[in-house]
Design a protein around this ligand. Structure first.
Ligand code: ZN
Length: 496
């Protein structure tokens, strides 16, 4: 990592001094297991408050935790996909603090012996952001403070498995932080570890950030919390860089950044002090006596490694090589594993990979993002890849026009019916050669003497103005290429 690169850093508008941001990220990710980390309660978002609880996750006397094997496997898969090393032996520790959403008075976490160290993510620029460690821990419950002077507690989340990935402070711009998060999220989704839904809190991110003048040692870091979207991560970093530089440049030590936690106010785009940072020893970590150490054999790791799916980077390269897609299209299609698998099935069934790429990354995603439709993800589609490949086949054979194809796809989203049925019921068969086409073209020529004269004078492009009306008369079922040919033929046949 170069720190003398003249492109990197923030140049103060006041002093022209180049300040280098130092950014590290801590990402909490809920694992997509059937049950919680240490008990048999369902790990489920949105259930009736406190309905997914038992003596273990509500800390009744005498209740003992048992490690969920599925959670450990997902955590291990993530470590392997990130090229990290897994410790043959690691242990759990108690992180002690008091809060109403933490019934035990401590969180079971990993302190000095995490299950995973090292690894990292390579950004598009080729820069490597190293991971310090990943550890496994349980989530706390949820305290709801927005009911006047009452606080409600929901323990459904208490004991949900989490992995916390801590990066080295290798990032220097908000864009790098965004890229790192995007790549990490993709990997977590590809290995099936998490759905990474930030709205449901299954992916949460904290930022550690400081600034220093180029060539000088690191200064005090500040922690940013409450970042519930990647956009807010970027915006809070950008605000914080400016705030810290201005504070140092004020020359008043009382204004200098202090070690603290700050919250991001997304509406105002500013960060505010929440609390001075506790030191790690305030948590009085000590080994969890009720759980044995985690041991992971080399054989188990080999088995998990060989079962890993193809990861996004490898998949993007294959799409470019095998399907001739651009880097951009390959990126769009692989950003989501379900989308990527949908595309591959459609490409294989239709044998039209380029068309599949175009239609899926443009038309299909447009409908998925349309707020007027209730479907938000590939998993909710009311039709199968097979239907999409039939649609592409009809387009390829010229049986329907592109415009009709878009209507059919929309109707597939709305009704889930097969494209063949929809083409018939909507009357969208492309009319390539029929008396009807000739009639519509003759009508379009009536009174268009100027255009006819232009075409006769050699300006054949002038006929383009008449294609639209014919398409409209055919309700989009005509083939525009054929319409143009008929118009030119009719003009040529006219007596001069
Ligand atoms: Zn429970």
């Amino acid at each position: 990592m170069s720190t003398t690169n003249s492109e990197i850093g923030y140049v103060s508008p006041k002093t022209q001094v180049r300040w280098i941001p130092v950014i590290g990220l801590e990402v909490h990710c809920q694992l997509k297991t059937w049950t919680k980390l240490f008990c048999g309660c369902r790990n489920e978002f949105g259930a009736t408050p406190n309905s997914r609880t038992c003596p273990v996750c509500t800390a009744q006397p005498g209740a003992l935790p048992v490690l969920n094997r599925e959670a450990l496997e997902l955590a291990l898969r993530t470590a392997l996909a990130l090229g990290a090393s897994v410790a043959p032996t690691s242990k759990f520790d108690r992180k002690n603090y008091f809060y109403c959403d933490l019934p035990k008075g401590y969180q079971i976490s990993q302190f000095d012996q995490p299950y995973c160290t090292g690894g990292g993510i390579t950004l598009e620029s080729g820069k490597r952001v190293r991971l310090t460690r990943i550890h496994l821990e349980e989530d706390a419950g949820k305290a709801i403070h927005d009911r006047g002077d009452t606080t409600l507690v929901d323990l459904n989340r208490a004991g949900v498995p989490l992995i916390e990935s801590v990066s080295e402070a290798d990032m220097q711009t908000s864009q790098e932080a965004f890229e790192y998060l995007t790549a990490l999220k993709e990997i977590l989704q590809y290995v099936g570890a998490s759905d990474c839904d930030m709205e449901k809190g299954s992916l949460r991110c904290d930022v550690n950030i400081s600034v220093r003048p180029e060539g000088e040692p690191w200064r005090t870091k500040v922690e940013l919390k409450n970042l519930n979207s990647f956009r807010n991560v970027q915006a809070s970093i950008e605000f914080e860089i400016r705030r810290q530089v201005e504070a140092y440049e004020s020359g008043d030590p009382a204004q200098f950044p202090v070690q603290e936690t700050r919250l991001f106010d997304a509406e105002k785009g500013v960060t505010r002090s929440m609390r001075r940072k506790e030191d790690a020893h305030d948590y009085r970590y000590f080994p969890e006596p009720d759980l044995p150490p985690i041991t992971v054999s080399a054989e188990r790791l080999d088995r998990l490694r060989s079962a890993l799916p193809e990861l996004p980077t490898a998949r993007r390269a294959r799409y470019q090589k095998d399907f001739g897609l651009s880097a951009y299209d390959a990126g769009v299609l692989t950003a989501d594993r379900a989308l990527s698998e949908f595309f591959e099935t459609v490409a294989r069934l239709s044998k039209l990979p380029k068309e599949a790429s175009n239609w899926i990354s443009n038309e299909l995603l447009r409908n998925l993002n349309d707020p007027l439709l209730p479907i938000r993800s590939i998993d909710e589609l009311p039709f199968r890849p097979h239907d999409m490949s039939l649609l592409l086949g009809m387009l390829d054979k010229g049986e329907i026009s592109g415009q009709a194809g878009r209507k059919v796809l929309r109707a597939m989203f709305e009704t889930g019916k097969s494209p063949k049925d929809l083409v018939a019921s909507l009357g969208l068969e492309q009319v390539n050669d029929s008396a009807a086409l000739d009639d519509w073209c003759r009508e379009a020529l009536v009174g268009k003497d100027k255009i006819i004269a232009d075409v006769r004078a050699g300006k054949t492009k002038a006929v383009g103005a008449l294609v639209g009306p014919v398409m409209k008369a055919s309700k989009g079922s005509a083939n525009p290429q054929v319409v143009q040919e008929i118009l030119l033929r009719l003009i040529a046949e006219m007596p001069s």
